[in-house]
Design a protein around this ligand. Sequence first.
Ligand SMILES: N[C@@H](CCC(=O)N[C@@H](CS)C(=O)NCC(=O)O)C(=O)O
Length: 237
Amino acid sequence: MALLMYDLCGSNPARRFSPYCWLVKLAAAHKQLPLDTTPLPFTDKASIAFADWKQLPVLTDGDTTVVDSWQIVQHLESSYPERPIAGSADAMGQALLIKLSVEMNVMGPVLRSVILDIHNHLAPADAAYFRETREARFGASLEDLQAGRESHRAALQSALAPFRATLKRQPWLSGESLGLADMLLFATFMWARSVSDFQLLNSDDPVYAWRDAMFEQLCTATKASPGYDFSDAGMSS
Ligand SMILES: N[C@@H](CCC(=O)N[C@@H](CS)C(=O)NCC(=O)O)C(=O)O
């Protein structure tokens, strides 16, 4: 087994912030799989042209290339079933609802809260690319988007309501043990944490305590996984 993931980075190659790349790192950490990573900036599409893909993460597993974080997670689960993150095809299917809920409801307010912080961690060519593509997508300047971060933070609190209610009734989003549903939400927090010190959560929020517990669990797991370590992932959000 030789797992290599192309991982999005900032001007500092050690600054890795993509939530999709975080998801793969979390899954590999949980499974205690050694995962090597190659840092790539946004504008280096040439290095992943072999995969016929323009987004990160891209994973190579020996001779096999897998693109898209969800397909990568499914590949890891089927190829390396020990220490499952979902445990069955049905559980994987149910986690898809969590993934889409995070992407459609949670990622937006998180991104708008830290979008200028992301930009400020990029090398000049990437910063220009990020500004152009994201300002076109949102129809507003990065400065204006992030200036509204208190309202984005409020929107985030609402989006987290079902996650918060779940965590009042059980220790993990996946149930009695940490699993894929937890990784899907946590990856989004790692995205922000890697680039920003903006406080997204109130400290009395059950999601805050869960996030600390996730960090603790996965930092412990990565100690068994040479090649990467996220105990120093960046800032604290
Ligand atoms: N559905 C893809 C989404 C991946 C994605 O959007 N990655 C972003 C980084 S967070 C990217 O590489 N964007 C390339 C670009 O904006 O040019 C996945 O789950 O892997």
